[in-house]
Design a protein around this ligand. Sequence first.
Ligand SMILES: [Zn+2]
Length: 352
Amino acid sequence: MEWHFRCWQGGQTHRSGQARTRHSRPIGSPQAREQRLAGAYPGLLPARIGRCEDAAERRSPAGDVWRSGEKTVTGGQPRAKDTGRKGDPPPAPEPLDIEIIDSHCHLDLMEATPADAVAAARAVGIRRMVTVGVDLATSRWQAEVAAELPDVYAAVAIHPNEAARGVDEATFAELTALARLPKVRAVGETGLDYYRTPPEQHAAQQDSFRRHIAIAKETGRPLMIHDREAHADTLRVLAEEGAPATVVFHAFSGDAEMAKACADAGYVMSFAGNVTFKNAEQLREAAAVAPRELLLVETDAPFLTPTPFRGRPNGPYLVPLTLRAIAAVRGDEVDELAATVAATAERVFGPW
Ligand SMILES: [Zn+2]
């Protein structure tokens, strides 16, 4: 990560031939992105992406020309492949009549600029979104974007797969400072991921999780949890530490029993596009039994694109597909569910 920060701080990059906001820059170098994806999103291994020759020159994974100073670099693979996504973005779904938010996405990893992602979402009734950091650099970036775009909130944290290698005190201190910013409205994603980390790294993950719980309580922010194949320990650590006032399980991955355990504790369950996957019957059972007032909907974009577009790039504008799928398995009216989800989002993340 040393190299990452050197390159990240090495100067602004701009797309050639077009005015761009500073948020259109990539987070760090292509290698940093590759490392981050491999760490936080293993299995979604990046395709061949450009190499950063030095701090003044980098290649956009989108195949654009990035220029710093006099140098230009061209080429590279489509950025969508960075995240394992293939194909064109799916078409816009039928708009919702009641506006809701995307409670978890990664604007930094998407092909669209943040402003374009917001506009596309708004066109279908997804009025707002929470963009989520997975390490210090991406957390800073999400906070900056949220400060500039009225419809965006940020969440900041070190992802459990990053935390498996240990997190230093300076990082926790900066996360705490970031979490206090007005548009940073959650501490996350944090938690446990036993799917991607070997047992010898679970202790470090749990330590980091405990620290993030403390930061959420200290700053009064909701805790946004990533729990993958670690349900029992996630619930145990929360109980041991004393959960913050508001806890959200992002991309909820438990079954009906886990949903009941979360409901008993008052934890909010945020369902993503994987609830629509063919093999996700247990997840649908969980969505069916979760109390309506504890439900949120998210994309985890650019990942977890709902059926029938699985594998293609996701965006906040696809939330309606997942909301409608959840309404169908619950037997809820879409508008009623949307209204409840909107109210829950405001309770969790605060008023805009
Ligand atoms: Zn995520």
